[in-house]
Ligand binder design. Structure first.
Ligand SMILES: NC(=O)c1ccc[n+]([C@@H]2O[C@H](COP(=O)([O-])OP(=O)(O)OC[C@H]3O[C@@H](n4cnc5c(N)ncnc54)[C@H](O)[C@@H]3O)[C@@H](O)[C@H]2O)c1
Length: 264
């Protein structure tokens, strides 16, 4: 293997991005295409996915739109089968869709619990299982699941979301163990605070927004585009010996306990 910039290239690779219409998925889809991948832009929001695919094609990249609900088992199976049949291989999977209902655990209803777990864990499981089956047959591929700093640190109101983000890590590690012999790598990206539509409500609350900015070493929020580099890295041969890992892209949030600065 040569060590040059081609390590990061994704030419002739097919990347399936679930959640491509918005936020981190959108930035990653654009980034993966920039590095040469053909990107399947999958999302529940078909119009948003089509927009991102169009943006990629306008920049001379290759992309397709794929309307998909990752919690619909039959739809997931059909879409992956179709992509596999038309392209012959799926080399990269990124799955981002998740929901957070911020509420104290004592006030959580079973319906709310089910909604969060259904998308974050079951949806991730369904799309991962379908693509992983195809990758294990072709004996290679890179799967990137989206965890969060909430997999290891939490705060009031994040109980169920945090549980799903920790669950995704354990699912990824187990899959890494199960698929390693077939050459399929499985890793997680764990973002800190990223400005996207998901976190828009926080942006509208300055005291909350600023407190999160101060909570990490870089003292600011990330843009969605700052997640694209680490995702391209995990997708590419540059990370060929990484599997079962969690890559924290959190501005140092999990490295420090910076709520108080001692006068030293
Ligand atoms: N934004 C942050 O600060 C932050 C921090 C840590 C982790 N994360 C994680 O990053 C991931 C992406 O977050 P984001 O901020 O980009 O969110 P986002 O809301 O901007 O994007 C999520 C996308 O998923 C799609 N989606 C929702 N349900 C779907 C379904 N059933 N099937 C297919 N697509 C569906 C939405 O249409 C949307 O396009 C999430 O897993 C989130 O937990 C985000």
């Amino acid at each position: 293997m040569s060590i040059d910039e081609s390590l990061f290239r994704l030419d002739h690779r097919l990347a399936f991005v679930a959640g491509a219409a918005s936020g981190i998925g959108r930035a990653a889809a654009v980034g993966l295409a920039r590095f040469g991948a053909t990107v399947i832009c999958a999302d529940l929001d078909a119009r948003g996915a089509a927009q991102v695919a169009g943006e990629i094609r306008d920049a001379k990249g290759q992309a397709e739109t794929c309307p998909l609900d990752i919690t619909d088992e039959a739809a997931v199976e059909a879409v992956v089968k179709d992509v596999q049949a038309r392209h012959g291989h799926i080399d990269v999977l990124l799955s981002t869709p998740a929901v957070n209902i911020r509420k104290p655990l004592l006030n959580y209803t079973p319906a709310e619990f089910d909604r969060v777990v259904r998308l974050n864990l079951m949806g991730t499981f369904l799309i991962t299982r379908a693509v992983a089956r195809s990758m294990s047959q072709q004996r290679g591929g890179s799967i990137i699941l989206t965890s969060s700093i909430r997999s290891v640190t939490t705060e009031p109101g994040q109980g169920v979301y945090a549980a799903t983000k920790a669950g995704i890590v354990q699912m990824a590690r187990t899959l890494a163990a199960e698929l390693g012999p077939a050459g399929v790598r499985v890793n997680c990206i764990a973002p800190g605070v990223v400005e996207t539509p998901l976190t828009e409500p926080i942006k509208n609350r300055p005291e909350w927004y600023d407190a999160y900015a101060k909570r990490n070493a870089l003292r600011r929020w990330a843009s969605a585009e700052e997640m694209a580099g680490p995702i391209v890295f995990l997708a590419s041969q540059a990370s060929s010996y990484m599997t079962g890992a969690v890559l924290f892209v959190d501005g140092g949030w999990t490295a420090i306990d910076g709520r108080f600065e001692p006068p030293v």
